[in-house]
Design a protein around this ligand. Structure first.
Ligand SMILES: C[S@@+](CC[C@H](N)C(=O)[O-])C[C@H]1O[C@@H](n2cnc3c(N)ncnc32)[C@H](O)[C@@H]1O
Length: 220
């Protein structure tokens, strides 16, 4: 139970989604068996809709894991799409490399190995979409490095922002998660109240925030 969406409603939505086949299905099975967190199916579908309808052609992703979401995004963008994705853990990076190669997408997905906090400032170019899906306690720091890399009319998507409901209510809080939860609350307040940002927080999956930036020059 996610504490975010009613269990029966979530099950219904997941059941109605067509099952992935082939490599994506194998990666879902691997992730489940090995406790690798990957994007929830209904969130992946929402992002597919956004990518296709907004004709997104470049994505910067923070947190690759085994490359599952990168493959979904790359398929949704089609042949012209490009992704830069960052993964800190060596074992995950190796697996993602192998999976991206197996999918024949090595020329479309540039996988970087390292800590996003260090790598983000070194990345060149602008992106239509930035997907934050790593180290929930560091979203604020990542955001400030990412925002300059967001193309005009681009969107920042932050995943897991309600963190099993704990961010929304202390009723769900596990004490040892208090630091992450406090940081996430601060982050959500920042992206919701900043005059140059327009944010919608959606209770889907583990909570998703969609953020639009207005104006060229962003001031903190
Ligand atoms: C939720 S998983 C990513 C899932 C992936 N986006 C998907 O949906 O298939 C988060 C990943 O972020 C990585 N990570 C955590 N902190 C990071 C950091 N500072 N820089 C880069 N990667 C990081 C973790 O090792 C983990 O593999």
């Amino acid at each position: 139970m996610s504490n975010i969406v009613d269990k029966l409603v979530e099950e219904y939505i997941r059941d109605i989604l067509p099952e992935n086949q082939g490599q994506l299905k194998a990666l879902e099975e691997y992730a489940k068996k090995n406790n690798v967190p990957i994007v929830h199916p209904e969130v992946a579908k929402l992002l597919e809709v956004i990518i296709k309808s907004s004709k997104i052609k470049s994505i910067l992703e923070v947190g690759t894991a085994i490359g599952y979401s990168s493959l979904i995004f790359s398929n949704a963008m089609g042949n012209e799409g490009k992704i830069v994705t960052i993964e800190k853990r060596g074992d995950m990076y190796e697996m993602a490399c192998k999976n991206i190669e197996e999918a024949g997408l090595s020329s479309k997905i540039n996988l970087l190995h390292g800590d996003a906090a260090e790598l983000l400032p070194q990345i060149d170019g602008k992106f239509d979409m930035i997907f934050l899906d790593a180290a929930k306690g560091h979203y604020q720091k990542f955001l400030l490095s990412c925002i300059e890399k967001l193309d005009e009319n681009g969107m920042i998507v932050s995943d897991n922002v309600l963190y099993k409901g704990m961010v929304a209510s202390n009723e769900y809080l596990i004490r040892r998660k208090i630091t992450i939860v406090k940081r996430m609350r601060k982050y959500l307040k920042y992206i919701s109240e900043h005059p140059q940002l327009t944010t919608s927080i959606i209770p889907i999956g583990d909570g998703l925030a969609l953020t639009y930036k207005s104006g060229r020059n962003f001031s903190e």
